[in-house]
Design a binder for this molecule. Structure first.
Ligand code: PHE
Ligand code: NA
Length: 448
C-alpha cells in the first residue's frame, strides 16, 4: 500500500483523526444543542452516547479501513461485496453534502475573524442584528466560504503526509489554551454560576425524545463517524499501530474540547442575559458581545484569536470530509488526486449555495414549508445526521454478519497483542454485535 501513502507513525493518525473530530460541532453545535435541550440532561445523554455507542463504532470503522487498505467503497467491497459497497458510497455522498454546509459555517467563523481583526465589528451594539445582516450578505459569504474551501482543497492536494499532517499539527494546543483563558474570564462575570448550574446540574424532567435524538446524532457527528472518513484514514494506518489506543485518544480529546466549550459559553450566555436556546447563531451572537465588553484592545485580540482558532478547528474536519470522496476516485477510478479535488471543490461549492443563502437572503430557503419552516442549512444538517447515525449502525451489522467479528478482533490485535480476552474487547464486541443493531431498529421505527 506504500503507493497510497501512510501516516508517519502513531502520532500522524491520531492528529489527523483528532483534527477531523474536533471541529465546528464541538464549539458551535454542541453548545447550541445543549442550550436548546435543557442543558445538563443533554450533556449527560451525549456523554453516554459517546462512550456506549460511538467509541466502539469508531474502532470498527478504523479497523475496516486498515484491514482493507482502501477507500470507504473499496473497503466494503473487499471485505464484503459490491452490495455492501453501496454503504460506503452513501457515506461518501454524505461526506460531500456535509462539507457543502459545514464550509458555509466555517465561512462565518472566517468572516467574524476578519471583521473583528480588521474592521470595527466590536463597535457594533446589537450582535443579533449584526449576525442577521452578516449572513444576509451573499457576496461576502461567497467570498469567505470560497476562501475556506480553497484552503481545504489545497491541503488535500498536498497528499497524506504533507498536507493533512502539517495542517493538523498547527494550533490545536493553542485552541485549548484560548478556551481555558475564556473559561477563566467567563467565570468571573456576574451570574456566571447560573450558567454553570444550567450546564452541569441536570433537571431530568426536561428529557424528551428530542433530547435523546439530538444527543445521539451529535455524538456520531462529532466523532466523524458513519461517513467512512475514518475508514479512509484507517487505511493509511500502519499495521504496527494500536487502534484501540488511538481511538481512545481521539474520543477523549474531542469530548474534552466540547465540554470546555460549554463551560465557556454558558456562563457568558447567562451573564449577558441571553437565552441559551438561541439555536445556530448562539456563539456568533453571544461571544462578540463578550469580546466587546472586554474593551477595544483585549476584545479585539481575544475575539480575533477565538474565531481564527475556530477556523483552525474546522479546517482539518473539512479536509477529512474532502479526503473521503477523493480517496474513492483515486483508489477506485484511478483519477489523479489533483483533478478530483478541483472538480469536487466546484461541486461542493455549488451544492452549498442554498445553505449559504438560507439565512434570510432567500425567504423560501429560510423557512422551508415542508420542514417545519426551518432553514435549508438546518434541514441538510438534520438529514445528513440521520444518514451517518444509521450508517454507523449498518457498519456494525456489516461487521457482525458479513466481515465477522473475529476478523475485526484479529485486526485490532495486530499492533495490540494483549487485546484478546480483555474487558475492552468484550465491551467493543458487545456494542457492535448487539447494542448498535438494536439502536438501528429503534431508530428506523422512529424515522419511518
Ligand atoms: N467531527 C466534525 C466536527 O465535530 C465534523 C465531521 C463529521 C467531520 C463527519 C468529518 C466527518 O465538527
Ligand atoms: Na467533534
Amino acid at each position: 500500500m506504500s503507493d497510497r501513502g501512510n501516516f508517519s507513525g502513531r502520532i500522524g493518525f491520531i492528529l489527523a483523526a483528532t483534527g477531523s473530530a474536533i471541529g465546528l460541532s464541538n464549539i458551535w453545535r454542541f453548545p447550541y444543542l445543549a442550550g436548546q435541550n435543557g442543558g445538563a440532561v443533554f450533556v449527560i445523554i451525549y456523554l453516554l452516547c459517546i462512550f456506549i455507542f460511538c467509541f466502539p463504532v469508531m474502532i470498527g470503522e478504523i479497523s475496516i479501513g486498515r484491514a482493507a487498505g482502501r477507500d470507504a467503497y473499496g473497503s466494503y467491497t473487499r471485505l464484503g461485496n459490491k452490495k455492501w459497497g453501496l454503504l460506503g458510497l452513501t457515506g461518501i455522498v454524505s461526506s460531500v453534502i456535509i462539507l457543502s454546509y459545514y464550509n458555509v459555517v466555517a465561512g462565518w467563523a472566517f468572516g467574524f475573524f476578519v471583521e473583528i481583526a480588521f474592521n470595527n465589528l466590536l463597535l457594533k451594539k446589537d450582535f443579533s442584528s449584526f449576525f442577521g445582516n452578516f449572513v444576509n450578505n451573499i457576496s461576502a459569504n461567497l467570498f469567505y466560504s470560497f476562501i475556506f474551501l480553497l484552503l481545504t482543497s489545497l491541503s488535500v492536494i498536498g497528499g497524506i503526509q504533507k498536507g493533512i499532517e502539517r495542517a493538523n499539527r498547527i494550533l490545536m494546543p493553542a485552541l485549548f489554551l484560548v478556551l481555558l483563558g475564556l473559561i477563566g474570564y467567563s467565570l468571573t462575570l456576574p451570574h456566571a454560576m447560573e450558567g454553570i448550574r444550567f450546564y452541569l446540574i441536570p433537571d431530568f424532567s426536561k428529557i424528551t425524545a428530542q433530547t435523546i435524538f439530538d444527543a445521539l446524532r451529535l455524538s456520531f457527528f462529532t466523532l466523524s463517524l458513519g461517513v467512512g472518513g475514518l475508514i479512509t484514514y484507517g487505511s493509511y494506518v500502519k499495521k504496527s499501530e494500536n487502534i484501540v489506543y488511538a481511538a481512545s485518544v481521539v474520543t477523549w480529546a474531542d469530548t474534552v474540547v466540547a465540554f470546555l466549550a460549554g463551560l465557556m459559553i454558558f456562563p457568558l450566555v447567562f451573564s449577558a442575559g441571553q437565552s441559551p436556546a438561541e439555536g445556530p447563531p448562539l456563539v456568533f451572537i453571544v461571544l462578540p458581545q463578550i469580546f466587546q465588553d472586554m474593551g477595544p484592545v483585549v476584545g479585539k485580540l481575544m475575539g480575533s484569536t477565538f474565531f481564527l482558532l475556530l477556523c483552525f478547528a474546522a479546517l482539518p474536519s473539512c479536509i477529512s470530509l474532502m479526503e473521503n470522496p477523493v480517496a474513492y476516485f483515486v483508489d477506485e477510478k484511478k483519477y489523479q488526486r489533483k483533478n478530483v479535488v478541483i472538480i469536487l471543490t466546484a461541486v461542493v461549492f455549488i451544492i452549498g449555495l442554498p445553505s449559504l443563502m438560507s439565512f434570510g437572503a432567500v425567504p423560501f430557503l429560510n423557512q422551508l414549508p415542508f420542514y417545519k419552516n426551518r432553514d435549508f442549512l438546518t434541514f441538510v444538517a438534520d438529514v445528513t445526521d440521520i444518514t451517518l447515525t444509521i450508517g454507523g449502525c449498518l457498519m456494525c451489522i456489516f461487521i457482525t454478519y458479513k466481515w465477522k467479528i473475529h476478523n475485526m478482533n484479529a485486526e485490532l490485535a495486530t499492533g495490540n497483542s494483549n487485546f484478546m480476552g480483555t474487558l475492552t474487547q468484550r465491551y467493543i464486541n458487545f456494542t457492535i454485535v448487539y447494542v448498535c443493531p438494536l439502536l438501528l431498529g429503534v431508530l428506523s421505527i422512529l424515522v419511518i
